[in-house]
Design a protein around this ligand. Sequence first.
Ligand code: SAM
Length: 299
Amino acid sequence: MEEAKRRFESHSVIDKDWFREVNLDWAGFSLNLQIEEVLYEGKSQYQDILVFKSKSFGNVLVLNGIIQCTERDEFTYQEMITHLPMTLHPNPQKVLVIGGGDGGVVREALKYESVNKVVLCEIDQLVLDVCRKHLPDMSRGLDDPRVTIQIGDGVDYVRDHPGEFDIIITDAPDPEGVAEALFKKNYYRELKGALKKDGIASCQGLTTFTDMPYIKGMVEQCKDVFPRVGYATGNTPTYTHGIMGYLLASSIPDIDFTKPVRRFSDDDLKRMNLKYYNSDIHAASFVLPNYARDVLKGL
Ligand code: SAM
């Protein structure tokens, strides 16, 4: 690491042995992780890709200068974005994951015996290759015989597969570049089309503390398309401000997103190795602090 202060597009830097995440959308704020070793640095057609071994959070995947997941706290996000929709469905069989090239969401979806098909549609083959090598615990489900990997744009994939899926999980980076389309009304329209009538979708929903204006627009656009929309949050230490939001959507007119139809016993939690998600967290995650609830009220 002789070359101090290498810059990424987001203005994040490697400064001696520290990775400093700087995003101009969150001016004056940064998250820092101490680096033990840089494991991979490269550039694909779509993004800058960095993986480093950190001193305190295991291996870390960074895309375009923004932390996507760390080995130590990835379970918080992967479990919430997956088990919120999966436990709302009585018999999830076909699951589509858009983005998600680290494999963590696929790993979680495969924990259900009812699941017989998981399609992962990731735009960037290089993310898959790098994660298979450096994030083995996240990517271990990718070789399961129930999994099919498609390299391509998620918007095209949902448009071309009407009425196919019980569950669709959009595990996207923040809305920039090719990921921006995954937060827009046109995508929600295609997403609705790719779900079966009783299907349920969950999407990466940004961070409430700073992103409420964007989240409001995102929820409004989703509500223009789906009759039922919900918004939950959870804690992930290495996402901005430690908060991650989850957007839920369905065409089931009377669905109550706060009430999973499948509740997990302590034995289930152990068998499925769940370290964050449980049925009480599920219900509680839809309770928002006033600063967020007031913005989304009436939407
Ligand atoms: N969990 C992370 C987060 O919340 O920031 C995101 C995980 S990351 C593996 C998401 C993946 O989505 C990236 O690998 C990226 O290449 C992929 N992606 C971005 N835009 C996409 C698109 N339009 N279609 C399919 N995959 C896309």
